[in-house]
Write a protein of this length. Structure first.
Length: 340
C-alpha cells in the first residue's frame, strides 16, 4: 500500500480506484467468511478462510512465476517467508495488543496454539532453512528427490494437522466463552450460508484480480523505493492476508483470542503446507528452478520468531507486552527487508 501511495502520481486515479476496490473486496470477503464461520462453527470456519486465502496466494505465485524471469525462482520463498513473518509477528502482535489493551489479559487453548506453532516451525525449517545447507545441488535449492520429499512431507503434515483440528482434537481449537453479544447470535440459515460461501469465493477472486491489476503499480512503487526484489513477496503476502488480518483483529476485540490464533497461525501454516507442495510440483513438472533457502539474516529472524512465539503461547494468557514484542520483531524484519 505504501508503494501505491508513492506512485499515485504515476498511476493516477486508476491505481487509487483499484486500491479502493481492493479494500472493498477484502471487507466483503471478511463479512461473508464470518457468516460461513458462524454457520459451520469453530474451528471449521477459520479453516475455510485460511484455505481459501492460501489457494488465492498459490494462484498469484504460480501466475507470476510463469510470467517472470530468473528472479521468479525466489518468489515462492519470499512470499511464504513474508506470510510466516506477517502472521506470526504482525497479525498476532496486533491481536495481542488490541485484546490486551481492551481486556488487560486474554485466555486461549495452549494445546491448540502450541500445535499450530510446532507444525509451522517444522514446515518452515524443512522448506525455508534446510535448502541452504544441502550440498547435492548448488545454491539454496533442493534436488528433485529432495524437493519431492519436502513437498509431500508438507502436504501430509498439514493434512494430519487438519484432521487433528477438525476431528480428533477439535476441542483444542475452540474459543472460550465470551460475554460479547455477537458470539451468541443466532446462526444464519442454510440458504444464507451457501449464498455467503458463493460470495466469499467471488470476493476472493476479485481480490486476486485487483491485486494482479495493481501488480505493475506495485512493481513501479518498489522500484521508486529502490527496494530489493524480494519485497515483492511482502506485498503479495500483505494483499493476500488482508481478509484474515481484519477478521483476526475483530475476533481479538470480541475477546475471542483463540479464533485470532486459529486465523493467524492457521493461515501461516496453510501458506507453507499448500503453497510449497504446489510450487514444488510445478517446478518439477516444468523443469524450472526453485530457490527455497533463506539467507543467514532471515534465518535468524525466523528462529527468533519461533522462540518468541513459544514463550508467548506457553502460558495460556497474554498481555499487551507480548503483542509489543512481536511487533518489534516484525519491525526489524520489514526494516531489514527494505534496507538490507
Amino acid at each position: 500500500m505504501l508503494a501505491l501511495i508513492m506512485l499515485s502520481a504515476n498511476g493516477g486515479w486508476m491505481a487509487l480506484l483499484a486500491g479502493a476496490a481492493l479494500v472493498a473486496a477484502v471487507l466483503l470477503a471478511v463479512h461473508h467468511a464470518e457468516v460461513v464461520a458462524h454457520k459451520v462453527g469453530e474451528p471449521f470456519g477459520t479453516l475455510i478462510l485460511a484455505v481459501a486465502v492460501t489457494v488465492i496466494e498459490v494462484g498469484m505465485i504460480v501466475v507470476l512465476m510463469l510470467a517472470g524471469g530468473p528472479e521468479a525462482s525466489k518468489l515462492a520463498r519470499d512470499t511464504v517467508f513474508a506470510a510466516v513473518m506477517l502472521v506470526s509477528n504482525g497479525i498476532l502482535g496486533v491481536c495481542l495488543l488490541v485484546g490486551g489493551w481492551r481486556y488487560r489479559e486474554q485466555d486461549f487453548q495452549i494445546q491448540g496454539a502450541s500445535s499450530l506453532l510446532a507444525v509451522m516451525a517444522v514446515l518452515a525449517t524443512l522448506t525455508l532453512v534446510l535448502p541452504s545447507f544441502t550440498i547435492s545441488a548448488p545454491g539454496p535449492t533442493y534436488t528433485v528427490p529432495q524437493l519431492v520429499f519436502a513437498g509431500a512431507a508438507s502436504l501430509v503434515l498439514y493434512g494430519v494437522f487438519v484432521f487433528v483440528q477438525t476431528i480428533s482434537h477439535r476441542d483444542y481449537f475452540l474459543t472460550y466463552e465470551t460475554n460479547e453479544p455477537d458470539a451468541h447470535a443466532k446462526p444464519p440459515g442454510v440458504r444464507e450460508a451457501w449464498l455467503s460461501f458463493f460470495l466469499l469465493v467471488v470476493s476472493l477472486i476479485a481480490v486476486v484480480g485487483l491485486a494482479k491489476a495493481l501488480a505493475p503499480y506495485i512493481e513501479s512503487g518498489i522500484n521508486a523505493l529502490h527496494a530489493p526484489k524480494s519485497t515483492v513477496g511482502i506485498v503479495i503476502a500483505l494483499l493476500v492476508l488482508l481478509p484474515e488480518s481484519y477478521a483476526a483483529i475483530r475476533a481479538a476485540r470480541a475477546n475471542r483470542l483463540q479464533t485470532s490464533l486459529n486465523l493467524a497461525l492457521g493461515s501461516g501454516l496453510a501458506s507453507i503446507g499448500l503453497t510449497i507442495p504446489t510450487v514444488a510440483a510445478l517446478s518439477v513438472y516444468l523443469d524450472r528452478p526453485l530457490a527455497l533457502g533463506l539467507d543467514s539474516r532471515n534465518m535468524i529472524l525466523l528462529g527468533l520468531t519461533f522462540i518468541v512465539g513459544t514463550l508467548t503461547l506457553g502460558t495460556g494468557r497474554t498481555t499487551i507486552l507480548q503483542g509489543a514484542v512481536h511487533l518489534v520483531v516484525l519491525g526489524a524484519y520489514l526494516v531489514l527487508a527494505f534496507i538490507p
